[in-house]
Structure formats: C-alpha cells, structure tokens
Design a protein around this ligand. Structure first.
Ligand code: ATP
Ligand code: MG
Length: 396
C-alpha cells in the first residue's frame, strides 16, 4: 500500500497475527497508560518494545507515547519529571525503573528550530498520532501498540519491513540524517542487533554521510557509543562501524589500532567477553570498555607495562593526554575517566606481588583491574604468571 494511503488508512495488525503477549508488557508501562487513559488521554507503546516483541526478541524497555502534553502528563501520572530541552519528554519513576513518556510530535516545518547545517535543535512541535508516526526514524520503529485491544497500528509499512527484515528510513534518508546524524548510528545498531538488511539508498547514505557525525556533541557521541558497544553484539557492531567509516568520529584514538593484529585481538577479545557478560545479565561498565579501547594508545605512548618498575606517574601523565584527545570527539564523564586511569595504574600494582598484595586487594577497582590483567594475558602478553597468582590468591 502506498504511504499516502497508509497515512489516512493505517494497517491494523491483530494480536493473532503479531503474537505480542499482553503479559510481556511491563507493569510500570501498563500503569502509566492506565493513568493517562483515566485522565482522558490516549496512550500507546511504541518503538523498541513493539519491534523486538514482533521479532520474538526480549525488548529492553517500554516507551509510551500519548496525546497528553508534558505538563498534562505530569499532572496525570504519579512520580514524573519533565526532562530534556531539545525534546521535552517525561520520566515516570517506579522504584528504580524509569518509563519514558513522550508526546505525539509533528515534523511540520513550523516551530522546528534547525541549525544552519539543517540539524534539529528543538522539536517540541506537537501533533497527532499520524504526524508522530512520520517523524520517527525507521519504519520498524514506528509501530504503535494499543494495549486495550492488543492491536498494532502501522502508518508507514513497518510491519511488512519487519517481516522482510529490512531497515527503511521514513522519508529520504539523506534529509533525515542531516536533521539528526545520530540516526546513522542507530541504523548501524539496528542492523547488527536485528540482523537486518538496509534498504539500498539507506545503505549508501550511512557511509556517504558519516561525516555529519562531526556535528554531534561529544557528550551525545559518548552515549551512543555506549549503546552500540554495551548492547550484547559489540563485535559485529564494531566491524560494521569500521565498514561504514564511523570509528574516526566516535573512536578516533582507537581507530588506527583496529588494523594492528595484536591490538585488534585484544579489543575483540574484550568485546567477546562483554557480549558474553551481557547474555549472562552481568554488569557492564563504561569504564572497562574505554580502558580497553584506549589501552593500545597508552602502550604506544608509555611502552609495555609488564614490569613493576614502570612509574605510575608516567601512566597518569600519558593517560591524561590520551583522554584529552579522545574527549574532544567523544566526551567521557569525569568519574568514568577516573576509573579508567585507576584500572590502568593498577596494572603495575598487580605486578607488585607478593609484597604489596594486601593494599592492591583492598583497592575499590581491584576486580576490574584484575579482569583487565587476565584479558591482557589471554591476548598474548607475558606478565610472569601474575594472573594465575591472583586467581589463586582470591580463591584461597
Ligand atoms: P532500544 O531497544 O534501543 O530502546 P528504540 O527503538 O526503542 O530501541 P529509543 O532510543 O528507546 O530506541 O527510542 C524510542 C523510539 O523513538 C524509537 O523507536 C523511534 O521511533 C524514536 N526515535 C528515537 N531516536 C530517534 C531519532 N534520533 N530520530 C527519530 N526518531 C527517534
Ligand atoms: Mg526504547
């Protein structure tokens, strides 16, 4: 069906066809929708939950969308907070869990503020559900689940694309990427995560327009890099990031080392571990990830760190230089930088055995530093058996 026709006459997919189970919807999202409905508003689940559930995958979270404006959501739903400037959204908190609630938006040209380069600076231009469906990034992310009757509403042909495992931009991808270059990274992420093929124009534009990522703030690039590499399929995402030329904008310090056999082995060993930990529901920390990604640069500057004689002050100095360079592109928050430096400095402390072992063992970053040391050994470094020594020590 043509898109124009779908806009006025959306496809409705019944529960018996899409098989999303009501019991899989978070209680928190159900309660948010219930509160909005009781205040007289419409509310749906949209995005990742609907997409992943249809594919039979376990969704990360439930995003709620409604015709209530942020202030109205705040009145209708308990324990909420309005966040964001570019896009005002509302967070509803239940214990430690946060449910994101957004208001239907329209991509109509008025009231949208763009930079000279066409980047969306502000978009609090509200609309109805049809408008909202067309301002989303990809068709598969624009499916609305009506929890009252468990029907999925599709204005953009996303259900069919999902069946065919195709990622398709809503509107011209070159325009959509100019408005918000982060969509380039989202395309790469969804491709890897969901094993999709990119529609041919989208495929071309992802690498052709990767330079637009220069326009994104270094803080947002950091957040997106984490989403890509701490999502359980970091090995394939890293390879795709290289293929689509985005590493130079996100990981400029790491980029050159990805082509060295030794460094690549180290980084991919770590990513493999990360993916395995993700599957096992173990914690994944940004500091460990970046300790790995920036390690080859540290070694290049400092020389091998395989002797207890190496001065820790030298590591600190070089660490600061490397982090400074990296932060220009992809800004790591200060407390994470501190943990990265500690993990690196501890690599020397871990070699001071047995003499200093009690102090090292008590250090709050001991576990991360020890895991890091094991990873180095696994990737071929000779550290005189330090890993085995510590393994024995902590298991005795
Ligand atoms: P995930 O499983 O990672 O949460 P998601 O698709 O739900 O995937 P979110 O970042 O939670 O991603 O966003 C929710 C929805 O908001 C998306 O599905 C999409 O419809 C819309 N969206 C998010 N980011 C953008 C963007 N940069 N441009 C347009 N639409 C977006
Ligand atoms: Mg989501």
């Amino acid at each position: 069906m043509s898109l124009d026709k779908l806009r006025t006459n959306p496809e409705i997919i019944k529960a018996s066809v899409h098989h999303i189970k009501s019991e899989n919807i978070d209680q928190e999202a159900k309660s948010v929708i219930d509160q909005l409905n009781r205040a007289g508003f419409d509310a749906y689940i949209v995005g990742g939950f609907v997409r992943d559930s249809i594919l039979g995958l376990k969704p990360k979270d439930c995003d709620v969308v409604t015709n209530a404006k942020p202030e109205e959501i705040k009145t209708a739903v308990k324990r909420t907070r309005i966040i964001g400037r570019r896009f005002k959204i509302v967070h509803a908190r239940t214990g430690r869990k946060i449910t994101e609630i957004s208001t239907f938006r329209s991509s109509s040209k008025k009231n949208i503020k763009k930079s000279q380069k066409g980047i969306l600076l502000r978009d609090n231009n509200f609309g109805n559900i049809e408008d909202d469906a067309f301002r989303r990034d990809f068709t598969i992310n624009s499916l609305y689940l009506d929890t009252k009757n468990m029907e999925v509403i599709d204005f953009v042909g996303g259900y069919e694309d999902l069946q065919n495992k195709v990622l398709r931009s809503i509107g011209e991808s070159h325009e959509r990427f100019r408005e918000d270059p982060v969509r380039i990274l989202r395309a790469i992420r969804f491709k890897s995560k969901l094993d999709l093929s990119l529609e041919s124009n989208l495929e071309k534009n992802v690498s052709r327009l990767s330079h637009l990522l220069k326009e994104i703030s270094s803080g947002r690039k950091y957040e997106e890099t984490l989403k890509m590499l701490l999502s359980g399929n970091s090995q394939s995402i890293m390879s795709e990031m290289q293929r689509y030329n985005v590493t130079e904008y996100l990981l400029p310090v790491t980029q050159g080392y990805l082509n060295s056999k030794k460094d690549r082995r180290f980084i991919f060993n770590a990513l493999k571990n990360t993916d395995k930990r993700f599957q096992q529901n173990k914690t994944l920390t940004p500091s460990f990830l970046f300790s790995v990604l920036l390690w080859p640069a540290l070694i290049n500057k400092t020389g091998d760190l395989n002797s207890k004689k190496v001065k820790i002050s030298k590591i600190s100095r070089n660490a600061n230089l490397i982090l400074k360079h990296h932060n220009e592109f992809c800004f790591i928050p200060n407390r994470i930088q501190k943990s990265i430096k500690e993990t690196w400095e501890m690599q020397i402390m871990l070699l001071k055995i047995p003499e200093k072992y009690k102090i090292t063992l008590k250090h709050p970053r001991f576990r991360a530093a020890y895991d890091f040391l094991l990873l180095r050994e696994k990737s071929g470094e000779n550290l005189g058996g330090a890993g085995a020594w510590w393994t024995k020590k902590i298991s005795s």
